[in-house]
Design a protein around this ligand. Sequence first.
Ligand code: KG4
Ligand code: ZN
Length: 364
Amino acid sequence: MSGASEMVVLGIETSCDETAAAVVEETGHGDRPWRVRSSVVASQTDVHREWGGVVPELSARQHVRDICGVVERALSDAAVETYDAIAVTQGPGLIGSLLVGVAFAKALAWAKAVPLIPVHHLAGHIESLVLGGGEMPLPAIVLVVSGGHTSLYRIDTPGEYELLGRTRDDAAGEAFDKVAKLLGLAYPGGPAIDRVAAQGDDRAIPLPKTRLTHPDRNAPHLPGRRDFSFSGVKTSVLRHVAARRVAIGLAPDAQLPSQHVSDIAASFQRVVVETLLDRVFDAAREFGARSVGIAGGVSANSRLRADAVVRGTVEGLPVFTPNLALSTDNAAMIAAAGLRRYRAGVVAEPGMSADPALVLGRQS
Ligand code: KG4
Ligand code: ZN
């Protein structure tokens, strides 16, 4: 241990295209349980840009190149020489990428004789809310919305999650990225849409809001009705763009005029944000939630944040979002989730390995 009874944890995250390490310590205070001592993220965006998306094999190789330096930097930024445990993302994610972090963390934990704590990537995103705003009043409804996931959870007890709904097709971040690509915007698409939408008319083009209903209308309580689907709105944008190009006589390789791009981006963003927030606040009302949270890369979206605060005010509910730097993938959230798990008695079995399809919590 590092002297006091408060633990210091090294977190490691390599599930997708960010190599991240962080040092997080316990504060000893119940409402703000953790403090971030350092958080280092080496983004692979430049490696994947020319391919227009994450290439798994390139991602794994880049993690191998970066991980030693990133961990060393996190330790030196935090000015710590020792730590009491290592938390690592076990899954879900790209198998080759996850394996780099898990193998590295296992070897380091063995060499330093400290416990290893396996963490679910989405549990990490959820704890980024606590790092941002302190412990959430429970029960809470939390949406994790990223490039790979759109999942709605109910939390009654800290560290325990009930999956209420998830996307049936594209994740919201994935839809942002694909729509950005067909609008000719730079990769990664989410931040690009956020930027150009600020100059657009969000009612300029009509787009559908997909609301899934269970096939049995007499059984609205059955699973499925809180699921999401973004492929419909994405296809509508695709059709609209194709029709608009023909209507204004654009050459095949010519860009749409920037005002059109902004209007489409703003309309798309409005529909996605409304869909997400409808589902969050419907669930909050239904379960008598005392707070709501929105985490994951898409929670960096400025419209999503602003509209969530407005709805929270109307509903009288505090809205938790991560600090912007901890919205997208990072290891501080993994260290925090690891601390919660360790305090609940969880450590890795010797045979623990990466699990690209790891599931979080029970499903209702
Ligand atoms: O959580 P994250 O870093 O990685 C995954 O676990 O997937 O999320 C990345 C996703 C990408 O799809 C990216 O386009 C999206 O988050 N994103 C945004 C914004 N910033 C990042 N989407 C909309 N608006 C943003 N400002
Ligand atoms: Zn993520």
